[in-house]
Design a protein around this ligand. Sequence first.
Ligand SMILES: Nc1nc2c(ncn2[C@@H]2O[C@H](COP(=O)(O)OP(=O)(O)OP(=O)(O)O)[C@@H](O)[C@H]2O)c(=O)[nH]1
Ligand SMILES: [Mg+2]
Length: 523
Amino acid sequence: MYHPFSDVSAGLTRLNCARHGPDDDDNMSLKGKGKGKASAPSPSQYNENQWPPYPPPGETDLEKALRVEEEREARRVSDAIDRAIESERQAVRRRQKEETRLLLLGQSESGKSTMLKNFQLAFTPKALQAESDAWRAVIHLNLVRSVNFIIDLLSNAVASNSSPYGSSYLPHGNGHAGDTSPTVSSFAHRRLSASQQPSAEIRRYKLALSPLRQVEMILAKQLSVHDAGSQGTLPSALLSARALEVSVRGGRGWKSLLRRRAHEDVPTSNYPEELENARQILDACRADIVSLWASSGVQIGLKEEGVVLQEQSGFFLDQAARIADINYEPTFDDILKARLQTVGVEEHRLVMETAAETGQQWVFYDVGGARGQRASWVPFFDDVNAIIFLCSTAGFNEVLLEDRTVNRLLDSFNLWKTVCSSKMLGSTQFILLLNKTDILEARLKAGIQFSNYVKSYRDENDLPHVTDYLRKKFIAMHHHHSPQPRQLHVHSTCAIDIDTTSAVLMRIRDAILVTNLIATDML
Ligand SMILES: Nc1nc2c(ncn2[C@@H]2O[C@H](COP(=O)(O)OP(=O)(O)OP(=O)(O)O)[C@@H](O)[C@H]2O)c(=O)[nH]1
Ligand SMILES: [Mg+2]
């Protein structure tokens, strides 16, 4: 039955009820005097602008009874809507109390996604294990790209005589290019060798490992991979100095796509077979991959090209024999080392499996850290419990991939200042992770002087002093740029070290939970 109240908002319904009040209606229906027409409303009862008109002019007792009944029904609907809205509101409030929402921030390659994997490992290990197939595909792609990169780099270098590689590549060389300063005679000797041996070896590898192009294509297709370079985040001129980044569009679809479908009744696509093919090809190329990486000539060639693959993300060549094996299953260590650039913002909902936290939900927003990605962070500033900001301490002698004129550590400082000064994050808890301390330590031990890059640094060139300096510097910037006093926890981390990171995560968990409890007035 149509009634104007039944399809208007609860607010309007409430207005009308309030105007007369339920008792009025009841009284009127009870009091309905006589039969036939209701007494004509006095002029003061009419307001022709009032909607719906009340009571309608010339209303009969029957019409009145119907109207009153309809109004009662409308009130019931209105109350039901109010109750539903309120219970939804309470559910959202409850959910927000039960959920802990964390935003991971920091420049590209600072270790945000790796830290998220550590959280998964610590609190949802079964879920991470279930993603193992997906991570194997990423690790295989990391490996295959490194191989294809080396072959492309070295064959191009050999082909173009202008490259230093072409002049000194010794497939069976007996030293590193930097061991001795090249003399005129050694240079001449190298030029002679370069015209024959090097290209022969590389040509052999190129031929033997050519099936890996197909493997790269299959894996890239299955992961719907974007090349960072093709998205414009990596200038093409830089591609020769670095194995390509691997990235997939935000969202977790790619992982579920790659889960094993052994238990599914309906074969939905042929892609597991494609992946199996890729694994078989990789396995068949295993010995050649191992031998390529072991070749001293290749190592010299890379060195002369100024490429240190070991320092690049997603480096697995030293584990090729294990990883290219047909029976390879990724370990947690492998998963932490796998490199997959984040594009956009990924939401990861962790339903805690560990006894103390069972059932709790932690929602992580993992953002892409490259410069072109940072605009997408801001909408997530609203309504998160804590910010986990990662700074790669190894960035002190590195530059941004997307802008080779910018030092990574300086970029982290500036990013930190911007995040600290955001008013939207004024009362949000901050956690700062000084990450990649293993790489920092290795570089300091290798004699690279921190003070050469950070002019204000005057202390010892060792890990404790440098991390202490960084910690103080970040704390000072936080203090100076925060719009209001706010909690800050600082930890030094190596995100690929499961044990030490897990200890840090427990402290982060405790700090966040205590803050949440205080915020929800439960303490
Ligand atoms: N050696 C070392 N490697 C690390 C550490 N933390 C992360 N990595 C590696 O660094 C690479 C980049 O880490 P990611 O976690 O993908 O970086 P990200 O901050 O998510 O980068 P974007 O997604 O581009 O914003 C990965 O291959 C990690 O395995 C660390 O503490 N030490
Ligand atoms: Mg990432």
